[in-house]
Design a protein around this ligand. Structure first.
Ligand SMILES: *Cc1c(COP(=O)(O)O)cnc(C)c1O
Length: 231
């Protein structure tokens, strides 16, 4: 005990420093603790340290953890790839989805969102690396996808998310984050009111914050290295 708490304090300090360096208010950046592959007891420990928002990548693992921790007032974000045959449990159990890249998935989530829950908060995942093999909507397709999602009654579009191509080249890394920020600015200039830039992970949160991230998704720096044996 104590290690997750001190890790969260360390990450919070990194966020604060990066914000100050960028001339931003540290309060404008929220921390999503990515708990994929880690057991519910680790999430409980993070909650005891004051963390409320958690991210999961795998539908069944996430749903199981949400059920196990139903006694806690947590916010659950789905951040992994989502296939159309898995949308229902996500619509029924999560508060946010960051990884919308096509309209069909958004339509299913809206149709399947239970009436007693608030609208599902969603982000469009954008392919910022330009590589064809990478997931995410192409920049050119974002305005139309955003407009279509806005018509869906049970979703609330909050912003954009990206996973950049990892690179040692800081300029190139920042360029990918900057492109996502500019895409959000263009949507807002066209009349949308989006407030979320979900970008930055354990290794690159400083660069993401310098480019305007409002939510960083941090796993390894809080919970430690992952073993993928279960997946
Ligand atoms: C795993 C994951 C993270 C966290 O990555 P770390 O490098 O462990 O901080 C963030 N976002 C997404 C989409 C992920 O899949």
């Amino acid at each position: 005990m104590g290690t997750i708490k001190s890790a969260i304090q360390g990450v919070t300090e990194r966020i604060r420093q990066a914000a100050i360096t960028a001339g931003r208010d540290p309060e404008s950046i929220s921390l999503l603790a990515v708990s994929k592959t880690f057991p519910a007891e680790n999430v409980r420990e993070a909650w005891q340290a004051g963390q409320l928002a958690f991210g999961e990548n795998y539908v069944q693992e996430g749903v199981d953890k949400i059920a196990e921790l139903a006694d806690l007032p947590l916010h659950w974000h789905f951040i992994g790839p989502l296939q159309s045959n898995k949308t229902r449990p996500v619509a029924e159990n999560f508060d946010w989805v960051h990884s919308i890249e096509r309209l069909k998935i958004a339509e299913r989530l809206s149709a399947q969102r239970p009436a007693h829950l608030p609208p599902l908060q969603v982000c469009i995942q954008v392919n910022v690396s330009g590589e064809v093999s990478k997931s995410g909507c192409e920049f050119a397709g974002v305005p139309a996808l955003a407009a279509a999602i806005r018509q869906l009654p049970r979703l609330q579009l909050r912003g954009l998310m990206c996973i950049p191509e990892p690179t040692e080249d800081l300029q190139q890394l920042r360029g990918q984050f900057a492109a996502l920020r500019q895409c959000l600015q263009q949507l807002n200039q066209s009349g949308l009111q989006l407030d979320t830039l979900s970008m930055g992970m354990s290794a690159d949160m400083e660069a993401a914050i310098a480019e305007g991230a409002t939510m960083v998704r941090v796993g390894t720096a809080i919970f430690g290295a992952r073993s993928y044996a279960r997946h």
